[in-house]
Design a protein around this ligand. Structure first.
Ligand code: PGA
Length: 253
């Protein structure tokens, strides 16, 4: 059985006080909601990870994630944070390959592959992002593009490693734009990703891997998106910054 996951990507938002208040409200509200095996993951800025981890520690269904990690494990890399450091600070998850990292920091497949390896070697669970630009979709190249991103960044892993990863499909044209992929578009890509997982890893392993949708997912469209058999939850940016919206999304899982 794969996990149903609502992952919040706070990006570079919130002051420390706001972050603590949001995490505190989530913990308080989720006390009275039976999450079953559902997981809530809060991807906070590096600076807030330990503080937020401390706030959420009473709820075993809530985790914190870093939004990235370095492709190096230690050394003279000013400003970088390694997977080793994250693990040593008690962090359990990391997002790798978000489109904003790929676009603004020119992160390429080879570096992402190394980051994934570093994360798993350091016992972190990975949320690996993939997604096409609108131009790829218009030229009907979106399936090839996603297949390439997965093969180059993730599919070097063996079965024992891939089960510690979730995949987030985030069409770049839907991120932060208010334009969501239609449930049919999302379902089509998720089932394509599941098919690739089955071909590479076999049915039983493929069915263990959560595939999340990201891109203007909100409290209004989450339930319909998540009702698809291959959509196991979401990676949520803007709508995760307000407790009431994010809680409604969690309840839609
Ligand atoms: P959004 O961001 O929900 O604000 O579109 C999603 C993401 O970038 O992970």
């Amino acid at each position: 059985m794969r996990n149903r996951i609502a992952a919040a990507n706070w990006k570079m938002n919130l002051t420390l006080d706001e972050a603590c208040a949001l995490a505190g409200t989530l913990v308080e509200t989720l006390k009275s909601i039976d999450l079953g095996g559902k997981q809530v993951i809060l991807a906070t800025p590096y600076l807030y990870l330990s503080t937020v981890a401390d706030i959420i520690k009473s709820n075993k269904n809530i985790f914190v994630a870093a939004q990235d990690c370095s492709e190096h494990l230690s050394g003279a890399y000013t400003g970088e944070v390694s997977a080793t450091m994250l693990y040593s600070a008690g962090i359990t998850h990391v997002i790798i390959g978000h489109s904003e990292r790929r676009t603004y920091h020119q992160e390429k497949d080879e570096a992402l592959k190394t980051k994934v390896e570093n994360a798993l070697t350091n016992n972190l669970k990975v949320i690996f992002c993939c997604g096409e630009q609108l131009s790829h979709r218009e030229q009907m190249k979106h399936f090839n593009l996603i297949e390439g991103q997965l093969w180059h960044g993730l599919f070097h892993l063996d079965e024992t490693q891939i089960i510690n990863c979730a995949i987030a499909y985030e069409p770049v044209w839907a991120i932060g734009t208010g334009v969501t992929a239609s449930p049919a578009q999302a379902a089509e890509m998720h089932s394509f990703i599941r098919k690739l997982l089955i071909e590479k890893y076999g049915e039983s392993t493929a069915n263990e891997i959560s595939i999340l949708y990201g891109g203007s997912c909100n409290e209004k469209n989450a339930a319909e998106l998540f009702s698809n058999t291959d959509i196991d939850g979401g990676l949520i940016g803007g709508a995760s910054l307000k407790a009431d919206s994010f809680i409604k999304i969690i309840q839609s899982l």
